[in-house]
Structures are given as C-alpha cells and as structure tokens.
Design a protein around this ligand. Sequence first.
Ligand code: SER
Length: 319
Amino acid sequence: MAGEMNRILVIGATGQIGSELVSSLREKYGDDSVIGTYNTTEPTGDLLDGPTVRLNVLEEERIGDLIEEYGVDSVFHLAAILSAKGETDPQLAFRVNVMGTFNVLEVGRKFQLNRVVIPSSIGVFGPEVPRKKAPNETVLRPTSMYGVTKVTGELLGNYYFNKYGLDVRGARFPGVISYKTLPGGGTTDYAVEAFYKAIEEGHYSFFVREDTRLPLMYMPDCTRALIELAEADLEDLNYHADYNISSLSFSAKDLAEAIKERIPDFTFEFNPDERQRIADSWPDSMDDSPAREDWGWEPRYGLEKMTEDMIERLEEKLD
Ligand code: SER
C-alpha cells in the first residue's frame, strides 16, 4: 500500500498546470498542506492563500530544506521548459528538465517520500509511432530536446521505483487548454492563443497548418487526472512514470470552426512556422487503455463542451 499524501510540495506552481493544480489540491488537502514553489514567475491571486516559496529546481539542497521545513511527504514536479522553447535553447531544456527531475528524484529517495508525481508528455513520441492511438508501449525516439528530456524523466522515474521503491507516477499529457494561466513555449499553445485572440481581436493566425491534429485536453480533466493518478492504489498500477492519457483530438481547423460557431465574426488563417516540425513529429491521439483499466481514467470534456466553457470563462476574465 502506498504511503499517504498529507503535505504536498508543488514545484512549478505559477505555471499553466501548477497554478490550477495547487487550487485543486488545496481544496482537498487544505490550504496550509500544499506548498507551491515558483522560480521566474511571481505568484499572484489565490496562489497566495497558502504557503508559496521561491525555488530553483537546480538547487537540490534547497528542495531538501523545504521538504524538512514543511514536513513534506509528497511532491508534484511540474517545472519544465516546453517543446518550442526547448528548441531555441536545448541546453537550458536539458538542465531544467533532466537535472531538475534528477534532483527531485534524489530528494525523494533521500527523504523517503510517499509519492513523487512527474507529468510526462506527448512529446516522448517521434515520427515512427502510429499516428492514431499511439500505444502505451511503443518505440520512443522523439526528435525534440523536450521529448528527449521527457523520455529520460520517464526512464529515471521507473528506475527509481524499481531500484529504490520510490513511488514515482506520471502520465503522458496531451497539450492542455486553459483560461487561468497562459502556457509558455509549447507547440500546442495555439490551441489556447486562438481563444484569447478570438475574444480580444476577432482574428488569429495559427502557427500550424489547418490539418494539424494533436492530442489535447481541457484543464479540469488534467488536474483531475493528476490527482486521481496520485491517489490510485499502488497495487493497481502496471505502469509508473509513463501512462498514456487521452482526452481530445482535433485539427487546428476543427478548433477554429468550433470557436467561430460561438463567435461568428471570428476570422483565422494558418501560417505554419518552425513549430510545425515538432507538431508533425507527434501522433494525433494516444491509446490510453492501461490508464483506464488500472486507475479508472475517463475524460469528461469533449470539443464542444470545452469550447463553450473556455469562451464563457475567458469572456468573464477579459471583460
Ligand atoms: N504542451 C506541450 C508542448 O507543446 C506538450 O507537452 O510543448
């Protein structure tokens, strides 16, 4: 039986996923039981309802100090350089993503943490995998530095589980769509930008081709997946750091049309840039049957429901 999660450290709390995961975890575990850390982006809003501290994930000793200071037993490690930014500075991506993950795992081992959750990504896949329903078990030869670092993170996570019994868990997340905090430096960012631009300017120039179809997911499904995976019974898990997890799959044009149905004056065009190459190296969708069978994963948002909710919430926010 896995140890319980009582005091949780969320590394990368001001990022797109972190800022919403902290709120969801605090609702469940209490404000003071969830410590958020940030590095370059200062925390604002409800992130300040509980402990929030600065941490550079490259400083292993400081991670250990925080674990001791706050009596932390579980860590969600979300700090990462995403795919497009990783191609502009591959060395930085390697340092933050690989060394950061290594430091978190080392601290997990030394402090015998109950749980370490590290999201992986569709970025682990390369052009050889089947486009449709990429299997959980398949060849992983990513062509981006981001993908290389994410495969490394998965392998390290599984290694720490097998070698040291550290309960490391992770899933390969699709691109995440949300309205609270903007993503930064990712290839799937177009799926968020399109909503902002549609509402603010009535026009969006997609940086991918119209037929670009990728796995995507709405934030409420993403935070719920992370928490459900973290809370699952260890005995039920046949994978550890590398579950495929699927939700939506639509083309850039499908998204543009779904937005236009609700914002009729919205106009759009497609001007692919260097990020197209990364998008083309990823599959359209993933087969997530192990996640469904082992810990009961099931998405709740389809394209229509997500689009409707995004527009409603963003209109409120940008008003
Ligand atoms: N959203 C990420 C990216 O585009 C994929 O994990 O880099």
